[in-house]
Design a protein around this ligand. Sequence first.
Ligand code: ADP
Length: 257
Amino acid sequence: MAEEEKTKEKEPEAPKNTNAASKTEKSDDDIVIEFEKVSKIYQGKIKAAVDISFKIYMGEFISLVGPSGAGKSTLIRLLTCEEKPSTGRIFVAGRDVTQLRPKELPFYRRKVGVIFQDFKLLPKKTVFENIAFALEVADVPNSQISHDVPKMIEMVGLTKRARAMTEELSGGEKQRVSIARALVHQPKLLIADEPTGNLDPVTTWEIIELLFKINQQGTIVLLATHDKEVVDTLQRRVILMKDGKIVSDQEKGKYLL
Ligand code: ADP
């Protein structure tokens, strides 16, 4: 009971609409991502995505909801180009990313940050090393790594833990590291795939607040979640999927299943 009260106290007001998402009129100039009649059929019969069309605009914070098996992960994998659609086109910043050549994919993926429920960190490496690694594999010079990584660590509020092994961190701290790592290439889009699935309610809100801060600094956030309370409090756009289709897309949506 005491824990429940603490959780309630901690819940934030719906964040103020100070970014582009607050605009009531959307301009075609602000389209960053567009799915155009996208379908994904597995093994010739499993319809994971069916004729999906939608646009994502600059500055948006979008929740992606739907029951298990609805097609949310498929949609995310299409967006990160881990999967190609069976039919349809996906434009990101005006480019059809379904046509990217294999050697272009690493560059594209740096512009799409992804965080996961299970963090996917290197446990025997420090916070600093985990984030630096994402830059090292992209051949970023050491001087830039020494400059950029502490800034990212500060942004996610982990300066005091920079030299700790990630296996020693709490779940919330681990998710902060993975957020810093996902943002280190300054992506246009951050995909958060059930980022609070392993976190307690208080930590959940701390992470959601951090995602808001990132959104307000100009990064689109696409949050796939089962957390009804989070979605309802956000009062932002909600895309609901069922059976591979978008069955509702609401500006200030609620978690309706
Ligand atoms: P969600 O993320 O909403 O739970 P998924 O995108 O994982 O949904 O799955 C949508 C449908 O596609 C499900 O029926 C699932 O079993 C199927 N599916 C997903 N990935 C594959 C795959 N690689 N091969 C075959 N079927 C798949």
